[in-house]
Design a binder for this molecule. Structure first.
Ligand code: DGP
Length: 118
């Protein structure tokens, strides 16, 4: 997708702090971290919403989630982490390319989206 920031990062046209890459996804640091550890796991295929997913996208996302679980200890998320997927306007999704926020490295209060403490 030509104007998509995450597609450009995936293609190497924009810089990122990359922690993992395979043929299906990348894991990068969020540029605006909301906790001590805040990553974005980004499937390489461009789509915005769960409602747009094909069967193949669903298979890929399942594989990505399993890979995230495998990577978690090496990302400093061994004590647990929160996964957030913003979908659409009410969730304030700002980048229209599906991505999973992986947030942790500290205690996260239950009632809040994430804590502001770092
Ligand atoms: P969302 O609101 O769910 O669409 O979150 C988008 C996230 O992407 C937000 O936390 C900030 C992050 N972000 C936006 N642009 C860039 C970028 O160019 N590089 C990186 N690493 N993160 C970005």
């Amino acid at each position: 997708m030509d104007n998509c920031i995450f597609c450009k990062i995936i293609k190497g046209e924009l810089p990122s702090e990359k922690f993992y890459e395979d043929d299906l996804m990348i894991v990068i640091a969020d540029v605006n971290p909301r906790a001590k550890k805040h990553y974005l796991a980004i499937p390489k295929r461009h789509y915005k919403l769960f409602s747009e997913m094909t069967d193949e996208d669903a298979d890929i996302l399942g594989k990505c989630v399993r890979k995230i679980a495998e990577l978690a200890p090496s990302l400093g998320l061994e004590n647990g982490y929160r996964v957030i997927v913003n979908q659409g306007d009410d969730a304030e999704q700002t980048v229209p390319h599906l991505h999973l926020h992986l947030i942790g490295g500290q205690k996260l209060t239950l009632g809040s989206y994430v804590t502001d403490e770092k």
